[in-house]
Write a protein that binds this ligand. Sequence first.
Ligand code: FAD
Ligand code: EGU
Length: 483
Amino acid sequence: RVLTDMEKSEGRQTGKKVVAVVGGGLVGALNACYFAKRGFNVHVYESREDIRKAKIVKGRSINLALSHRGRQALKRVGMEDKIISKGIPMHARMIHSLSGKQSPIPYGKKGQYILSVDRANLNKELLTEAETYPNTKLNFDHKLQDWSADTGLMTFSRTDGSKDQIHADLIVGCDGAFSAIRKQFLRRSRFNYSQTYIPHGYMELTMPPINGEFAMKPNYLHIWPRNTFMMIALPNLDKTFTCTLFMPFEDFEKITTGDEVIQFFQNYFPDTIPLIGAEALKKDYFRLPAQAMVSVKCTPYHIGEKCVLMGDAAHAVVPFYGQGMNAGFEDCIVFDELMEQFNEDFSAVLPEYTKVRVPDDHAIADLAMYNYVEMRAHVNSKWFLFRKHVDNVLHFFLPKTIIPLYTMVTFTRIPYHQAVERWHWQNKVINRGLLLSAAGAALGGSYLLTKYSHQMSQLAVPAEKIWSRLVTFRIPGMITTQM
Ligand code: FAD
Ligand code: EGU
């Protein structure tokens, strides 16, 4: 429900508590709307300049895949329509094989698509929306230095060298993967924390329009799966694509000249050279060094009734499920529901938030890491196509029993940890051979055989291995929370 200006201004008079949202990124800006809607006096503190005024916006990834969880969170503050109107629907993946062949694999039924959204625009729109509440104040150029868990006093530094000391009743840490708020948690007893950098880095390359049109089909998430290397491309409103190359740092470092860049692309992504342009590629590649990716898990997410972590500050995940922002946005829904349930009593809401949210955030962190390992280990374009078709075929024949994991993650609000449990259960069902009944085998097998007869010969050697991988998932401890 969208609030009227009258309703929005009510918060000002209520003399409600002061909520400090630290970090005005995606999750911080959305959270500001949630707290403002409840009438709190909301102060957002963001270390950077106002991105709506800044000329150059540096930051991670230009565009993002927005899916159901994120959309639901936007909807609750009346922002869904505004954001999706500037998003580009992606109804399917487009798998690019080494030979340049393109094969689409739909995400699901007609209404099941994800959206490519511009990070900067999303952030700007959310900040502007937060500002429409008179009980919200945005403070840019405020970098949190330190804060006290006993008093709730925060110290901010400004670029002119001055310091600001500010008090709040509740501090909401939305300051990203390297959270300064979290530092105080680390000093406390019984706080669990783990951080893992993966050996891969990522680099963004722009694919310009050709004759004013998208260089590739726009309504797809384009994927070039090449085992240890992978590239992904999402469309932008200006008809460019942002290509993200994922590769071990080791390999990034091996490429030192423009000619080596072209040689590398010639070997692995030949179809993209004319689309990105050989000259642009040589330049773009050296413009910025490859960026690191980190996975962070911790628990608890709160300190007493004073402070709570949300978004990447609580759980940075590797981007191999397209869920980091979506999970962070869902954090806001979960917290808001608990605020309703416990009458905005922070001393009850905060512990319950940790209790219900930690298992789900840890589950998506583990899933994303699992998918990273899986993709790196043996996912080339044939394997990717094969696996997704098996998922879809099983779902087609047993729509109520077998729901692909990505479907539960991307198109439902089934709690992440339940999605994982259900996935394990489904694999057991498949494993026990219920599906290997004559009918299932004949139907599924003949479908695959006719469609992939030429590829079957290549799969034939490790077929047993592949099948056992498919049905058993013997990777102990990968999914269960290891804390
Ligand atoms: P951030 O976006 O990092 O925002 C944190 C904010 O806090 C920043 O504005 C920062 O300036 C500010 N800040 C930091 N320190 C301080 C301080 N000391 N004081 C004050 N302010 C501070 N997610 C998806 O859902 N879909 C995708 O397709 C997707 N793709 C991705 C691709 C890549 C390559 C990467 C790296 C991530 C991807 N993600 C994706 C994840 C997504 O980017 C993050 O989960 C999301 O940005 C988290 O939002 P946040 O607000 O918690 O943190
Ligand atoms: C990575 C970087 C395809 C944006 C996981 C799928 C991603 C995104 C997939 C990035 C993949 C991988 C899924 C979505 C999405 C797939 C998903 C990954 C968006 C399992 C901007 N992933 N991503 N899975 O199914 O569920 O299409 O940078 F290549 S969207 Cl790694 Cl659905």
